[in-house]
Design a protein around this ligand. Sequence first.
Ligand code: NAD
Length: 353
Amino acid sequence: MSKKIRVGVAGYGTIGQRLADGVALQGDMELVGIADLAPTLSIRALKERNMIGANGVEYKLYLVDGADKAQFDALDIPVAGTFEELCKSVDIMLDSAPGGVGAKNKANYYDKYGVKAIFQGGEKNSVADVFFHGYANYEKGLGQNYLKLTSCNTTGLIRSVDALDRAIGLEKVAITIIRRVADPGDYHRGLTNALQMEKAPTHQAVDLMTIMPHVNATGILVHTPVTHGHIITVLATAKDGKKITKEMALEVFNKHPRIRVVTMEDGFKGNASFFKYARDLGNRRGDMYEIGLWADSIVESGNDIMYAINIPQESVTIPETMDAIRASMKMQLTREEGTAETNKYLGIGKFKK
Ligand SMILES: NC(=O)c1ccc[n+]([C@@H]2O[C@H](COP(=O)([O-])OP(=O)(O)OC[C@H]3O[C@@H](n4cnc5c(N)ncnc54)[C@H](O)[C@@H]3O)[C@@H](O)[C@H]2O)c1
């Protein structure tokens, strides 16, 4: 078997923990280590698990500049080395540090040590050579040194829009995002009881057009004081006045490995149903890699089609980030092969009949 791709994760927070798990599950990748600044609760929980993460893999911890090693020593948290040492030992870094840190890491480390990097949505687009989505533009990422993932909402949104576009051909979409305001466990957004409007057009629609420039997209975003998943409604218009029926849309969505088609009738009443279902499945951290799509939300409006999706914000970008490693490292040369490998290792699509 060919050599495994050596991967590091910078920032072991909400996304970083899940990226580390994602890499640990990929049979053709090796998780060399994770890096962080402080002994956060996530790091303490890892220590309580004897530093063993997903798939029985040991997660070696490296400290970034500014970290106080004495704090880790006082808690008996084993430290494997410095971030610089981690950078020297990997082929590619998944940068999931807070927004803006990635750009600094790029300038101070990745450029210097010739390490490729995949950034998350909080970084500016200018940090990367390609704004990436595993299904919509895999080939654009081939061999590139720096890729940036779309944000959680955009990742899930593009899955469904790209699927319709490839099967039917889309001209435009209009979306409404009902956005969860914080992740479970976050206190920094306060205790709220209000909805907040964002100026239109929402960035996810603009981002979609960056990756799929042939589809005109716009939309509105409303922040909501909940933590378990965003919901997006999409109104899609086909090219050349073609009608999209509910049956056509359902057929497309049912075929997509990363879209879980459900019904309200079965009990999927809203965002929290998906979170509970993922926990009942025994998924680590209650994660779900698929977006949810309510079959009984799909409705025709003239020639257009409208539907609603659920975005599990903490885990949705993990598969597309694995795709990004595959594209950047040229592990697979087509979107079909790249996404299929990721899906295989993450167990995605197994629930489809
Ligand atoms: N939370 C989500 O729902 C979500 C979804 C998609 C994308 N993203 C994006 O993922 C990225 C990470 O977000 P998050 O929610 O995981 O943040 P987070 O705050 O949960 O985690 C960030 C981690 O980075 C660590 N850190 C701080 N300074 C660091 C440094 N200099 N070097 C390395 N690590 C450092 C923190 O201690 C923390 O463990 C952001 O770009 C964000 O926009 C977040």
